[in-house]
Design a protein. Structure first.
Length: 466
């Protein structure tokens, strides 16, 4: 089901993968050497703009008993929360701006405007997710513990509620993330369940208290007579932020083409294979400058997983080079519109809520989960023999000079599967026709026999009459 051998799946040799890793290391090194004042101005302007937008929203909500003031204040507050969550909180906590040595804009000191403590998110997300991206049993973000996103996870009756659980998760995404990270932090710390006053529990409780008080007590109270409408505005802004963050994350991790891996893939994994796993386990979505900024540049999820601690404003330029490498090594670059990527993830959520016996495709050929077994039994020009894996020159087409890798293999596999399905359909049609012809022949025989028997009976009746 999931990928167990990334070299076989990617149709690349060990030499190719290590060369790919070296080229990606060069991209990282070049970006790191270019970081300077221009980047520092970018993040400081972003922080200033976000704070000014939130201040304007809070001021407008003093008049929130007026419908239009409420709409304007809520809209500004929603955007401010989105920017703080995606471009600031998420990226700063990844250490993207630690190179500035600014104590305010540092992963160890920044506290984001979300329910869970940044420290717990950093430990759970930066370690568990970005080290073991989409590895079953290691990456706790693969379904967030409540969604079945691959058939490698055994179906249980509770998964029937998955469509409803998905809606609840989307609306309360900050709480889902907070509880998820809190649980992982306790596991990594080795804290017993019964130890109520453990440090992870105290940190979690303190952050929840501050966040709830800020959004639902202090700010509404400051607006005096408008406290009810301000309370509603705060709740609405949090909901909008949650839905947007949920959509961005799901579009980057769960559409078709964002592959999953078994734990066997980690055995002896090289730097190049780690890079390749990030490329194959992530997905992008198309976005202009405004949407990219609003997503924290996580529309470039592939680039983010390759270089999670590189400042996000460099992802667009990195994406051009990563695409070139995908073309060079004939690897897929999984991307699409925001709507398309989410609908693919949405389909997987609802499809895998059902037991496997109700699913049409096989586990090795399911669109949401591929593996090297996808190519088993198919005759493909791009598939090597066992001996050919040792030949580092094998993937290059001797006629065109073009490399033949996973992208070509997927196209050929799709065509081969379509042809196989056509042949099976044709065989079924021919079998059906043969059965129909046999039935017609049997009916003809039975009809002739019946006519003969009637004729015999008539002759006998005449003889008795005579």
């Amino acid at each position: 089901m999931a990928i167990t051998d990334i070299k076989a799946f990617a149709h690349l040799t060990a030499t190719d993968i290590e060369t790919l890793g070296q080229e990606l290391d060069t991209i990282r090194r070049n970006v790191e050497q270019s970081l300077g004042e221009r980047d520092a101005r970018y993040i400081r302007r972003t922080i200033r703009a976000q704070r000014m937008l939130e201040a304007a929203a809070r001021a407008t909500l003093f008049a929130s008993r007026n419908r239009w003031a409420w709409v304007a204040g809520t809209a500004m507050l929603s955007v401010a929360k989105i920017i703080e969550n995606m471009e600031l909180g998420h990226n700063i906590s990844h250490g993207q701006w630690d190179w500035m040595n600014d104590p305010e804009i540092h992963s160890t000191t920044w506290e984001w405007d979300m329910t869970g403590p940044s420290s717990q998110w950093r430990r759970a997300h930066n370690y568990s997710h970005h080290t073991y991206t989409n590895v079953l049993g290691k990456d706790e973000d693969l379904g967030f513990g409540i969604l079945r996103m691959t058939r490698d996870e055994e179906w249980r009756p509770v998964h029937l509620a998955q469509p409803l659980a998905n809606l609840v998760l989307a609306a309360t995404f900050e709480w889902g993330i907070a509880l998820h990270d809190w649980t992982i932090d306790k596991e990594l710390s080795g804290v017993p369940r019964w130890q109520v006053m453990s440090e992870p529990n105290r940190a979690f409780g303190r952050k929840i208290g501050r966040q709830v008080a800020k959004d639902f007590v202090i700010h509404p109270a400051l607006t005096g007579p408008a406290w009810k409408s301000t309370l509603k505005a705060n709740a609405t802004a949090n909901l909008v932020r949650n839905l947007w963050a949920y959509a961005v994350i799901f579009c980057g991790h769960f559409p078709d083409g964002a592959e999953k891996f078994t734990i066997e893939q980690l055995e002896g994994e090289t730097r190049g294979e780690w890079y390749l796993r990030q490329m194959l386990g992530s997905a992008n979505f198309s976005a202009g400058p405004v949407m990219a900024f609003a997503s924290g540049n996580l529309c470039y999820q592939i680039e983010h997983h390759l270089f999670p601690d590189i400042p996000s404003n460099h992802y667009p330029e990195i994406a051009v080079k990563v695409r070139e490498l995908c073309d060079k090594y004939d690897l897929p670059y999984t991307t699409g519109s925001l709507g398309k990527q989410y609908l693919l993830a949405f389909r997987t959520i609802h499809k895998l809520a059902l037991p496997d016996r109700f699913l049409r495709r096989t586990a090795d050929d399911a669109p949401e989960t591929s593996s090297e077994r996808k190519f088993a039994g198919l005759t493909l020009p791009a598939l090597p023999s066992t001996e050919q894996w040792a030949d580092s020159h094998w993937p290059v087409d001797p006629l065109t000079g073009q490399r033949r890798g996973l992208r070509s293999a997927l196209v050929e596999a799709k065509a081969a599967l379509r042809e196989k399905a056509r042949q099976e359909k044709e065989a079924l049609r021919e079998a059906k026709q043969a059965l129909q012809e046999k039935a017609r022949e049997e009916q003809t025989v039975l009809r002739r026999r019946a006519l003969r028997e009637r004729a015999i009976r008539r002759v006998r009746r005449r003889r008795r009459a005579d």
